[in-house]
Ligand binder design. Structure first.
Ligand SMILES: [Zn+2]
Length: 74
């Protein structure tokens, strides 16, 4: 599952699309089954710390400022 937002990118100096890849729960379920549960703590960790958004053009990291969302170099 991928989330996409539009925001001003400081690297590109224009509005870009930023994407964030969600946690693939099906993959983690399979890994947990095959590792006999050893994967579960990692799965929980990944689910609690979702990836930040990145500019789809230059890969800059997405940050939130009081006046809106902008991208900065990651
Ligand atoms: Zn960019």
């Amino acid at each position: 599952m991928t989330e996409i937002k539009s925001a001003y990118c400081l690297q590109c100096k224009e509005v870009r699309r930023f994407e964030r890849r969600g946690v693939n729960h099906v993959l983690h379920l399979l890994l947990s089954v095959f590792s006999l549960g050893l994967w579960v703590p990692l799965w929980i960790l990944l689910a609690l710390c979702p990836e930040v958004f990145h500019c789809m053009a230059c890969g800059a990291e997405f940050i939130k400022l009081p006046d809106g969302y902008v991208g900065r170099k990651g």
